[in-house]
Ligand binder design. Sequence first.
Ligand SMILES: C[S@@+](CC[C@H](N)C(=O)[O-])C[C@H]1O[C@@H](n2cnc3c(N)ncnc32)[C@H](O)[C@@H]1O
Length: 262
Amino acid sequence: MHTAPNSTAPALSVLPTAEEKATYVNQMFSTIAPRYDLMNRLMTFGLDQGWRRWAARTIAAPGATHVLDLGTGTGDFLPILEQAMPGALVTGVDFTYAMMAAGQTRLERQTRQAAFVNGDALELPFTAAAFDAVTTGFTMRNVADIGQAFREMARVTRPGGKLACLEVARPKNPLVRWGHQLYFNNIVPIIGQIVGGNAEAYTYLPQSASIFPPPPELARIIGAAGWHTVSWKLLGLGAVAVHIATRNNADPSPSNHQAIPE
Ligand SMILES: C[S@@+](CC[C@H](N)C(=O)[O-])C[C@H]1O[C@@H](n2cnc3c(N)ncnc32)[C@H](O)[C@@H]1O
């Protein structure tokens, strides 16, 4: 993973080392779990569920029976995946118990048969080729080894199965980028302090985003981890990138990386 913040990162870094990362991330999400959904809706002006719906519709496989959401948190993706792939058993996996506990009531009210499973993205507790499709939302910034997480997602997805990965990105338009940086680096930590009672977690968010691989580089990482036909679409004025890919067959074909026009 990348360890050196670029020049846009605020001076006072809260970023953990690769060795500390899992413990740091687990503790941070345990602390913010009760206010996590509210913070998401406020920070994204309510747009985040639309991004998840776009991703789910894009990878929806007719006849899918098993779908995984990796780093599911409070399980925002689970009802959306059930709607996109009716009849599929949807499983959300996460290593922060408190996040899944915070989403348990919604899981019971809004899904038919979705389930939470405790597990680590770097060593998933599932057999090979168990899923028809996998999603991961805003989680890859938080893992200590991005390549290993995509290899694990490839291992548990059947050949030809689909991947959708949502992550924060930096808008390309200079004016939008300037406004986004101002908002993300300065306003979001204040909202995090007021609403979530935790400014550090919402300082970690823009700082971890500032060192996350940009979309073309992330596409290369995904392509090297057992996926082909990797593409991405920028949503939210370029503040979010959704990467879409297809699981390689046993003999991986060369990857073809391309952006989907906005
Ligand atoms: C920013 S939240 C995203 C939650 C949800 N996917 C969403 O879209 O709102 C990141 C989640 O990833 C989980 N996570 C981070 N690293 C993980 C790992 N190595 N294994 C499993 N879950 C992990 C965290 O516990 C947290 O719930």
